[in-house]
Write a protein that binds this ligand. Structure first.
Ligand SMILES: C[S@@+](CC[C@H](N)C(=O)[O-])C[C@H]1O[C@@H](n2cnc3c(N)ncnc32)[C@H](O)[C@@H]1O
Length: 288
């Protein structure tokens, strides 16, 4: 998890969340925050920037204070670059921090038990926190994302984290197409991590629709880890895909393999213990 000096959820409610990222307070949309706010308006008024969206228009940031174009936060040996983006994102999904820790543990265990470097595939890899968590623990990683800008951002994160010489292949490609190609080449992995959006597109405009394509992509990912009894980590923010459904999708994809599955919610907690659920995860471990 993030230490509170690097990230803190101060409050949420009425469709918004108030977060402190390093030295800056940001107020932005959080559709899952449907309850009333827990704290008073005085706290929210301290925000350095607010992201708002008018119906039918693109959103934008209104900065009250002197918000820099970018800044860094630290997490477990990594340094990640934050930037307020035109979609209201900042380049890091803080609710994923527990999964980065989990990835790091998996890799460390693998290295300790087998004295070898595990090979990981990270799909829809965005700005690379999972990639770097794996690399810092000793994995070699194939990082795949369709957006050149996201891959460039991930490479900057590697540089900020002192990992620019780590064994990472940076690939701008459609996730579905890349996985099919890896299967044709007979490639195998020790782990596959994927965080697919509801909708997306590959660099040549290939449409990604989670609802239609997730089952076959997961099946292909299962084939990539079969030979090595590896693991799969699937996370998702898509409405209707809670832990149970994600677990079912994963188990269906690896139904011909021995293994076990666990699942849960991605969560953020305020200092006074209020929980904002922000997506779901399912993990599957193969067994030989
Ligand atoms: C991190 S994921 C989504 C995170 C979160 N689960 C959500 O729903 O907002 C988004 C990433 O997937 C990438 N992406 C979208 N479509 C893709 C595709 N067809 N192949 C590879 N990457 C894709 C985007 O470029 C982006 O970096």
């Amino acid at each position: 998890m993030f230490t509170p000096d690097q990230y803190e959820l101060l409050d949420f409610g009425q469709g918004r969340k108030l977060e402190r990222w390093g030295g800056y307070l940001l107020d932005r949309p959080a559709p899952a925050a449907d309850a009333p706010c827990g704290r008073g308006e005085d706290v929210w008024r301290r925000a350095d920037a607010v992201f708002g969206r008018q119906p039918g228009r693109e959103g934008d940031w209104t900065a009250g204070g002197a918000l820099p174009g970018h800044w860094l936060v630290r997490h477990a040996g990594l340094r990640l670059e934050l930037r307020p983006t035109p979609l209201g994102q900042v380049g890091v999904f803080p609710e994923q921090a527990a999964n980065w820790d989990w990835i790091q543990q998996q890799v460390e265990q693998f290295v300790a038990q087998r004295a070898a470097r595990p090979e990981l595939l990270n799909l829809f890899a965005y700005t690379g926190a999972s990639t770097l968590a794996a690399a810092v623990a000793g994995a070699s990683v194939v990082h795949v994302d369709a957006a050149r800008t996201a891959v460039a951002w991930a490479r900057r994160n590697a540089r900020h984290s002192g990992l620019d010489a780590a064994p990472i292949r940076w690939i701008v490609e459609d996730a579905v197409r890349f996985v099919r190609r890896e299967l044709r080449r007979g490639r195998a992995y020790d782990g596959v991590v994927l965080d697919p959006p509801s909708y997306g597109h590959g660099p040549q405009g290939q449409a990604w629709k989670l609802e239609e394509q997730l089952p076959s992509l997961l099946e292909d990912c299962g084939k990539l880890v079969r030979e090595r009894a590896g693991f799969l980590l699937l996370t998702c923010h898509t409405p209707g895909y809670g832990p149970r459904r994600l677990g079912q999708c994963l188990r269906a994809a690896v139904r011909d393999q021995q293994g076990q599955c666990e699942m849960g919610e991605l969560k953020l907690a305020t200092g006074d213990g209020r929980i904002l659920t922000s997506g779901s995860y399912a993990r599957w471990f193969g067994r030989q």
